[in-house]
Design a protein. Structure first.
Length: 167
């Protein structure tokens, strides 16, 4: 009888502990989510072209606005073909992006001669917004023309870099 009583007490204690510990355990669940967006792309649509210029005996500048307008100082524009650089940007929806333009001192050359581009400017300022996943970015700059600048077609084969990043 004593043995049966001991077994009965052991079963009651074990059952009580098992029930008590199962009431102490609770759990919850959460989901994991990730949103993937299309990476930004930027493609050159038009190269920057200051057109044909006639220098004077005094150094000058030609400001090319992002809209393609020239403002010359001590330089005479002659002819057509003036264009601001233009870039097509694609991405996701109506997200915003930052714009990084080249630093001052970008050189274009013709043989041993060079001119410098400074003060790059953007039609969108320092940032832009996509509309339906696209945007157009126009870029202008100031060309520094030396006094009696040597004749030639000035360019830089590697091109200048414009960078865009999602905000």
């Amino acid at each position: 009888m004593r043995r049966n009583m001991f077994k009965l007490v052991a079963v009651v204690v074990f059952t009580t502990l098992a029930v008590t510990s199962s009431f102490a355990q609770v759990s919850a669940s959460a989901t994991a989510t990730a949103s993937i967006i299309a990476p930004l792309t930027i493609t050159e649509s038009a190269n920057m072209n200051f057109g044909t210029l006639i220098p004077s005996t005094t150094a000058g500048t030609v400001v090319l606005s992002p809209a393609g307008a020239l403002t010359p100082t001590n330089v005479t524009p002659s002819g057509s073909g003036v264009t601001a650089a233009s870039f097509a940007i694609t991405g996701t929806g109506s997200l915003t992006f930052s714009i990084t333009l080249p630093a001052d001192g970008y050189q274009i050359t013709s043989g041993a001669n060079n001119m410098v581009l400074n003060s790059f400017s953007s039609s969108l300022g320092a940032s832009g917004s996509l509309s339906g996943g696209t945007a157009t970015l126009n870029v202008g700059a100031t060309l520094v023309v030396g006094a009696s600048q040597a004749s030639g077609t000035y360019t830089n084969g590697t091109g200048f870099q414009v960078t865009v990043n999602y905000n």
